[in-house]
Design a protein around this ligand. Structure first.
Ligand SMILES: C[S@@+](CC[C@H](N)C(=O)[O-])C[C@H]1O[C@@H](n2cnc3c(N)ncnc32)[C@H](O)[C@@H]1O
Length: 271
């Protein structure tokens, strides 16, 4: 990644993580584990067959390929700032034999796309990483057709919980959230999306929360997808100090009565 694109990638600098291969595997898992729920969210947001869709910050393209299958004779354009992920997305298109999706390198802060071009823009797990969400929302609005829909899916740490109460879990969530903030991100973005879209001039703004729980995902997968990756937001010293906490979290999660959940916010608005 160039220095400029590194800066604009906020708190998500793929390629600079300690465990990039693991992160790619996590993205793939995260793109598939709750697909039924995600399809329901798309339907509620107004996604329809034949639409021209932009998947902004598409990462490795797994979700864009699924969107392309969903819109049938429509098209999907995937854009991401990270060259390596765009390369992976091309590979996914080829291996999954999806013809109506294309991938391009691009920056949400400086979109090189035609205005009034898309019926539906999807932004999945990117707003939590952006330092300038207002600029991103304004740029997306330009490329939406009048009446087109923006659908933002993201997380909010205030909606992540674990029982029986685990001090280690609470501390780890707080520390990694603060670490992501230092890197330009915002782990509390989910509940703020309603206000951000409204202020950016979107109409009919609405937020829904979809639960991901240990019951639906299984405890191990829940921890893997929603918790353990957050080590990447800690400093070297904090990582070392967090190891005993992680052991405690894993132990607590093994208890037969353990239950955890995280709320995924899906916020929509029209141009
Ligand atoms: C957590 S990943 C999510 C990827 C994908 N949407 C998914 O759900 O699997 C965040 C993505 O945002 C991309 N990103 C970060 N800042 C960006 C920017 N300024 N413009 C475009 N993409 C950006 C990253 O490269 C990364 O692929």
């Amino acid at each position: 990644m160039s220095t400029e694109s590194l800066a604009d990638a906020g708190s998500y600098k793929f390629g600079k993580f300690e465990k990039n291969a693991e992160e790619l595997a996590r993205l793939k898992l995260q793109a598939t584990i709750a697909m039924d729920m995600e399809r329901e969210a798309w339907k509620n947001a107004g996604l329809k067959s034949g639409m021209n869709v932009l998947d902004i910050a598409c990462g490795p393209g797994f979700t864009a390929c699924e969107l392309a299958r969903t819109v049938g004779n429509g098209t999907v354009t995937g854009v991401d700032i990270n060259e390596e992920l765009i390369f992976t997305a091309h590979q996914a298109k080829v291996s999954e034999k999806v013809n109506n999706v294309s991938f391009f390198l691009g920056n949400i802060y400086n979109l090189d796309l035609p205005e009034n071009a898309f019926d539906f823009v999807y932004a999945r797990f990117v707003f939590q990483h952006l330092e300038k969400p207002e600029l991103a929302l304004s740029n997306i609005r330009k490329v939406l057709k009048p009446g087109g829909v923006l659908c933002v899916l993201d997380i909010d740490d205030n909606w992540t919980s674990f029982a029986p109460e685990s001090d280690a879990f609470v501390k780890f969530i707080r520390k990694s959230g603060a670490g992501q903030k230092r890197k330009g991100g915002n782990r509390l973005i989910g509940s703020q999306l309603f206000g951000l879209l409204s202020k950016a001039g979107y109409q009919n703004v609405s937020s829904r929360i979809y639960p991901l729980t240990t019951e639906t995902l299984g405890v191990k997968m829940f921890l893997g997808v929603a918790v353990l990756f957050r080590m990447e937001f800690l400093s070297k010293l904090q990582k070392l100090l967090a190891l005993p906490q992680l052991r405690k979290i894993k132990k607590a999660a093994e208890a037969p009565d353990a239950w955890g959940a995280t709320g995924v916010f899906v916020t929509t608005g029209t141009k």
